[in-house]
Design a protein around this ligand. Sequence first.
Ligand SMILES: Nc1ncnc2c1ncn2[C@@H]1O[C@H](COP(=O)(O)OP(=O)(O)O)[C@@H](O)[C@H]1O
Ligand SMILES: [Mg+2]
Length: 265
Amino acid sequence: MQKISETISQVLNPETSTQEPAKTMANRSKSSLEGESVLHEYRDAQRAEGVQKPEDVQSNIIQFDKCLEFLEKAGKEYISPKFQIWKEDHLIIFKLLVYFYQDKPNAEKHGIDLHKGILLSGPVGCGKTSLMTLLRFMLAPKEQYIIKSARDITLEFIQDGYPVINKYSKAAFQQTSGELTPKAYCFDDLGVESNIKYYGNPTNVMAEILLSRHDMFISRHMLTHTTTNLSASEIESCYGNRVRSRLREIMNVIAFDKGSKDKRV
Ligand SMILES: Nc1ncnc2c1ncn2[C@@H]1O[C@H](COP(=O)(O)OP(=O)(O)O)[C@@H](O)[C@H]1O
Ligand SMILES: [Mg+2]
């Protein structure tokens, strides 16, 4: 498998990537140290251009067509050769871009709080995990989140016990330019861990982590994103009302339609 940075470079600069070694892993990490990624530069270039769009997806900050083009190319590279962007998903993707590009006017228009994280919900197979995986590539290294499945965290807890809760909450800090900064996580497929058989209740593990991250959001602006197939009421029956309301406090809900296409076929 190719190194991610090389492939991104090919996605964005197909004409230069074979001869031009400037965007190799080594160079990329150098540029990452300078706080810039290939995609960050790409994003800045887009910001500068600005373009007219149809009503719902109009932005002076996001060049939506270019973003869709990038996502489709990257999706074919990393997710599946059949990956394509569906028109019915445009608004969801636009909202996610509004959030990650910190497009204030559109955030206001679409009711997105740029200070919180994202809870991306929708039916199984509609493309939540794929989108969160691809959007991450568009962020500067210091803005990137770690994608970790709720199921894996729960299995880790069963093996290693209580330190796992701290690992993903109170102790989730990293050293960035001499400073301790909170690690942003995207907990993938919240709710599936409720199927794991364990003598304790496995959903408590994610509930504890989320409650603790809520405290850390208030005190240290620790960002949390999540994908889930659960509806709001299912979240409540799985984790309780307290967790559900805390989740609303730390994340913007962006929801695929119940009838969204299953992309697995
Ligand atoms: N836009 C898309 N076009 C084609 N296939 C897709 C697309 N999005 C996702 N897929 C495929 O569909 C499957 C389910 O996607 P995934 O992102 O895991 O869905 P979810 O997380 O919502 O359950 C994956 O195998 C993925 O390769
Ligand atoms: Mg998923």
